[in-house]
Design a protein. Structure first.
Length: 196
């Protein structure tokens, strides 16, 4: 029987190629307010520029460039100044509502759909509201919608949670509210025809 001492030798370590410093990577550090070039991420182990995480995305709390308008609800940008209006008619009383921006595209769309939908259901229930105020409010909101739709989607990494726009207004039950003024018009036409 042979006796001896076995000594395990550690495996030879292969040298890794030296990584280029973070600042020398093409397209990095990204300029503030810009996304990094497609497919280029900062190398692991290097601290990214302030405001950007390891995947090249804006960090939570990332501030828009100075002078850039940001959403009042989520802090995202780009955003646009806009005021979404609503109206409620209550027999002999009425109430006008408004929410002033600026809004990003997602939050603005969510606010627009919510307030316009409520106006379609609740806005027709007083004489002045039926004839004047609710149609004016709905027309105003159409111009606001066009303004919000011109915005690109917000830059990822906004400090707050964006509102969910939900289903389009035309697919909501609130659209049945348009039957109210149509019913009034048909009723008035019937009364006029019956009286003559």
């Amino acid at each position: 029987m042979i006796r001896g001492t076995f000594v395990a030798t550690p495996p030879q370590q292969q040298p890794f190629p030296a990584q280029q410093p973070f600042q020398q990577q093409p397209g990095f550090p990204p300029q503030q307010g810009q996304m990094p070039p497609q497919g280029q991420m900062p190398p692991q182990g290097h601290a990214p520029q302030q405001g950007w995480d390891q995947q090249g995305m804006p960090q939570q709390g990332f501030q828009p460039p100075s002078g850039q308008v940001h959403c009042r609800l989520c802090g995202g940008f780009p955003a646009v100044e806009a005021t979404v209006r609503g109206h409620q008619g209550i027999l002999i009383m009425m109430r006008s509502l408004s929410l002033k921006g600026p809004f990003c595209r997602n939050c603005g769309t969510a606010v627009w759909r919510d307030m316009t939908g409520k106006t379609l259901l609740q806005g027709w229930w007083s004489p002045l509201s039926l004839v004047l105020l609710t149609p004016f409010t709905l027309l105003w909101n159409l111009f606001v919608r066009a303004k919000i739709n011109k915005l690109p989607p917000p830059v990822p990494g906004q400090p707050g949670m964006q509102m969910n726009p939900g289903v389009p207004l035309r697919k909501r039950p609130a659209m049945l509210g348009l039957l109210i003024p149509v019913s009034w018009l048909l009723f008035m036409a019937f009364q006029i025809a019956r009286g003559s």
